[in-house]
Design a protein around this ligand. Structure first.
Ligand SMILES: Nc1ncnc2c1ncn2[C@@H]1O[C@H](COP(=O)(O)OP(=O)(O)OP(=O)(O)O)[C@@H](O)[C@H]1O
Length: 270
């Protein structure tokens, strides 16, 4: 996005806080999230970390409308997200990526990114099918924007290639680019650097920092790579067995005895 469009910048300037209050999710006797609260400040990277099974994915799935909360609320500014279906949450400017890649295997990178523009497409299938000039103009505008976003995430040279033929790290960048194509105000990134090489991790971390710093988009990050979390995050919420055990800056949570205990207990590194 060398020249981000005005609408996107205006949206970013008006990004509200995400407020999670008393979030509880129970699955048939198992409490996956237990009274969890945190606030994502506008334009910040907020990491949600914790050992395996801590409740991170469950939290993400509630934020994006895939799971329903048993109790508690999620607000994005004045809008309550709790209980809304995923498409209504997306329409409020909340985009997410998935841990496992969900790209159509044969589509080009350009077409995969265009999928992210679907919500913003005004011309219906009929006018597009009839090849009306208004539909052609709109498609050109969307393709231009796709080009800018591809440039921003470092995929400009790959636009014409099948997304499925790219190295894994680049495929994950396509997934990130597709979410950016929705012009979100809040981006939910589920393990964005998992399975990447060191170079790919570094490149992706730089793109994520650029999304925050250049576009003012808030980011909620679930990630096991502590190096990336500690370098990127402005704030960190730590979960363990569904409970929030710490919340603060990376330096604060890193030296918190409860966090060290939780990670040592699983043999992972904090
Ligand atoms: N749909 C579901 N039905 C029943 N139990 C579930 C469901 N989803 C998650 N759980 C359980 O909830 C708990 C929290 O799981 P969750 O996937 O949110 O943890 P996580 O922190 O994302 O773990 P990981 O780091 O391994 O991805 C686990 O005990 C898990 O088995």
């Amino acid at each position: 996005m060398t020249t981000p469009d005005t609408a996107a910048v205006d949206d970013a300037a008006s990004t509200p806080a995400l407020t999670v209050s008393g979030l509880t999710v129970r699955f048939a006797g198992l409490t996956a999230l237990d009274d969890v609260s945190f606030t994502v400040a506008p334009g910040s990277v907020h990491a949600v970390i914790g050992p395996n099974g801590a409740g991170k994915s469950t939290c993400f799935n509630v934020l994006s409308g895939v799971y329903r909360a048993t109790a508690g609320t999620v607000h994005f500014g004045d809008s309550e997200l709790t209980g809304l279906p995923p498409h209504r949450i997306a329409a409020l400017g909340v985009a997410r990526t998935f841990q496992n890649l969900a790209l159509p295997p044969h589509a080009t990178v350009a077409d995969s990114l265009l999928l992210g523009r679907h919500r913003l497409t005004r011309a219906g299938f009929l006018s597009a099918g009839l090849r009306l000039p208004s539909a052609a103009r709109e498609e050109r505008r969307h393709r231009e924007r796709v080009g800018e976003i591809a440039e921003f995430v470092g995929l400009a040279a790959d636009l014409g290639r099948p997304a499925g033929a790219l190295p894994y790290g680049k495929q994950k960048l396509v997934e990130l680019g597709r979410a950016l194509c929705m012009e979100p105000r809040l981006l939910l990134l589920d393990e964005p650097v998992a399975g990447m090489t060191a170079d790919e991790r570094q490149q992706t971390a730089a793109v994520i920092a650029g999304v925050r710093d250049g576009l003012g988009i808030s980011i909620v990050l679930v990630e096991h790579d502590m190096g990336v979390v500690m370098r990127l995050a402005d704030a960190v919420t730590v979960l363990d067995f569904g409970r929030r055990i710490a919340d603060g800056t990376p330096a604060q949570v890193q030296s918190d005895p409860a966090v060290v205990r939780a990670y040592l207990g699983t043999g992972a590194q904090a």
